[in-house]
Ligand binder design. Structure first.
Ligand code: SF4
Length: 111
């Protein structure tokens, strides 16, 4: 058994550097009618059927550092390229409630 709170702190030491965070992929996806998403490395949980185990288990070896501004502009670019009918609005969420990690996001609003 592990302590997810303790693991969140350990993970943060690896994946956060000031306001920069490690991500391994930026992509469009078909979910929710079409999204632009940034996949980060590291997690404070260890689900048996994790969809992203390689990135969860190896945060020190995978991913690159990105600023919030870079993440937002990349996601907006994906959204505008792949979802031209969407109006984009960049937002920043300081703390993810599920895992205590800093996270970034872009909200898409359909016209
Ligand atoms: S990334 Fe998701 S599925 Fe994988 S361990 Fe973390 S919470 Fe579970």
């Amino acid at each position: 058994m592990y302590d997810p709170i303790e693991m969140a702190g350990e993970t943060r030491e690896v994946v956060c550097r000031g306001d920069r965070r490690k991500y391994y992929r930026f992509r469009p996806a078909r979910f929710y009618g079409g999204i632009a998403t940034a996949d980060c490395v590291g997690c404070c949980l260890r689900c048996v059927y994790c969809w992203s185990w390689r990135e969860v288990a190896n945060p020190e070896r995978i991913g690159e550092w990105h600023s919030p501004e870079h993440v937002a502009s990349t996601l907006i670019g994906i959204a505008e390229r792949d979802m031209p009918s969407a109006r984009t609005e960049a937002t920043r969420t300081d703390t993810c409630t599920s895992n205590g990690r800093e996270s970034h996001g872009v909200h898409l609003v359909r016209r």
